[in-house]
Write a protein that binds this ligand. Structure first.
Ligand code: ATP
Length: 513
């Protein structure tokens, strides 16, 4: 299955099996907004819980909070979001479509890169064993031209964005002859900055003064509560504050399903430390966060670190954890060493001291911060892309199976009476009623057992527990493993322990300790 097919299949699987639906679909949907269905909500809750427990339960010095989505408007002035949180946009006058200018340029670069790679592959086939790729890339005139144009785009875009010279960016788009993918024309408007924050009103009267923003990140709710948590929690530096919650960004170029949404959820942790120790903590969190991802059993070659070359002015180190999605390596999480930027700004704008008094050294200082920030929805998409498989099974059939980590699976086990008679449904129901206090289960007696197994495979249920004719007399059942499809007989009395061990969060969390 190629990547494009895989992605299409994941998207339609999400809808068919109740993971993700387009928002307000009966009204033809709302661009880049999605709803989670009955299985999606369970998977999403489990991912969130895995993150939450790894942060606030495993780490003794991380405390959780849940700040409001609305914040005092000055927050966003202090954080720099009002002045600086924008994307450069350009419209095509013929198609009336709006694009991110930097994305148009990056896509153009991708095309050039593909052309250069094609030349290299052609030459490799021609020269065979003796082919020297490095030499070829630096000497073949056509390839050199492609590569030079790519770095020319990088440099001009960087300069244009840094100096706010948007005329320069438009000139570059024109110079490269980039056309609108819809109309095919080069009839572009000027490039303008477009703020990504959604605003609304606090009161019913529109005065402009009480403009509120829907938060574009959860982090600021942590910064403004730094002292509240530190004091009430008697926290000693170094310590962290963790939060999960909705964030909103008016993403103009919303693409790739739930990869880039206008309403999404973040899981963020700000780690407060002594100035001068931040790079050690940055290294620690960089490693720790990748460990969290890999503990789920995902192939480690699907992950890579992408160090930021160009740092935000307040950061002294930043890295993305990228995953190999079907559309290429893309950021799923960022780890940023943010210095004392945010707390200093909030001190300045609020006029309140946001300092930590160190009882050991009798010093008072603004802590430095290392942030870990992951999108819950992007992690959800990652989990599905990594888990989705189609396997040939006996009889020439293909089964679709989601090989999700059992701790993340929406349903932990299905209880299935083999037939709808002979007391089997009653026994299945008794097992279900006994175990449902501890596990999310499913019970069903319709259709053939094979069909019921397939439906459970498709939503990633790790175990199918079948009650057959031998079960009532022996007080036993068969338990079928999703990945191997192997079945074994176990006593009903053993089920609780098996499910707890195999599908609980604790074995997963132990891998992080
Ligand atoms: P990108 O470069 O992809 O726009 P970003 O660098 O703006 O992301 P951050 O501000 O660092 O992202 O946000 C942290 C995390 O939040 C990202 O790693 C991503 O997982 C998630 N995220 C950010 N924007 C979106 C969005 N529009 N939809 C879904 N998830 C998002």
């Amino acid at each position: 299955m190629n990547n494009e097919d895989l992605f299409k299949k994941v998207v339609s699987h999400c809808k068919e099996y109740g993971f993700v639906f387009p928002s307000s679909e009966i009204y033809d949907g709302l661009a880049a907004v999605y709803d989670y269905g009955q299985n999606g909500v369970e998977l999403r809750n489990n991912i969130r819980q895995y993150w939450w427990k790894a942060m606030t339960q495993l780490q003794t010095n991380i405390l959780g909070i849940d700040a409001a989505i609305f914040m005092h408007p000055k927050t966003w002035k202090a954080s720099g979001h009002i002045d600086g949180f924008s994307d450069p946009m350009i419209d095509n006058k013929d198609s009336k479509k709006r694009y991110r200018a930097d994305v148009l340029l990056e896509e153009h670069q991708e095309k050039l890169r593909a052309k250069a790679d094609k030349e290299v592959e052609k030459a490799r086939a021609r020269f065979g064993e003796s082919f020297d790729e490095t030499m070829y890339r630096s000497t073949n005139p056509r390839v050199v031209e492609y590569l030079n144009t790519i770095s020319h785009i990088d440099n001009t875009l960087k300069e244009g964005l840094e100096t706010g010279n948007l005329v320069m960016i438009k000139a570059l788009i024109e110079e490269l002859g980039i056309v609108c993918p819809v109309s095919g024309s080069k009839n572009w408007t000027d490039v303008r900055q477009f703020n990504l924050m959604y605003s609304t009103q606090m009161s019913a009267v529109e005065s402009g003064e009480d403009s509120l923003y829907l938060r574009p990140e959860t982090a600021q709710g942590i910064f403004v509560n730094f002292l509240n948590v530190q004091k009430s929690g008697r926290a000693k530096i170094p310590f962290g504050i963790a939060q999960t919650g909705k964030a909103f960004r008016n993403e103009i170029v919303a693409r790739q399903f739930i990869m880039r949404m206008k309403e999404f959820e973040q899981m963020e942790m700000q780690f407060f430390c002594k100035p001068g120790t931040e790079l050690e903590w940055y290294a620690y969190w960089k490693e720790q966060r990748l460990k969290w991802h890999l503990a789920l059993g995902t192939d480690k070659n699907s992950y890579r670190y992408h160090d930021h070359v160009k740092l935000a002015h307040y950061a002294n180190a930043a890295v993305d954890i990228e995953f190999d999605f079907p559309f290429g390596f893309k950021e799923v999480e960022g780890i940023h060493s943010r210095t004392d930027f945010d707390l200093s700004k909030h001190e300045e704008f609020s006029g309140k001291k946001l300092r930590y008094f160190d009882p050991e050294t009798n010093e008072s200082y603004i802590p430095y911060v290392v942030e870990t920030s992951i999108g819950l929805d992007r992690m959800f998409l990652l989990a599905l892309c990594a888990a989705y498989q189609e396997e040939a099974v006996e009889g020439g059939e293909v089964r679709t199976v989601l090989k999700l980590h059992p701790a993340l699976a929406p349903v932990k086990a299905a209880i299935l009476p083999l037939v709808k008679k002979d007391g089997l449904p009653e026994m299945a129901e008794k097992i279900y009623n006994d175990l449902r206090f501890d596990f999310k289960l499913y019970i069903e007696d319709k259709d053939s057992i094979g069909k019921r197994y397939r439906r459970m495979d498709a939503i990633g249920t790790p175990f199918c527990i079948t009650v057959d004719h031998e079960s009532p007399a022996n007080e036993d059942v068969t338990i079928r493993h999703r990945d191997t499809m192997e079945q074994r007989r176990v006593k009903v009395s053993e089920l609780r322990d098996i499910l707890a061990k195999e599908t609980g969060m604790s074995a997963l969390l132990q891998k992080l300790a």
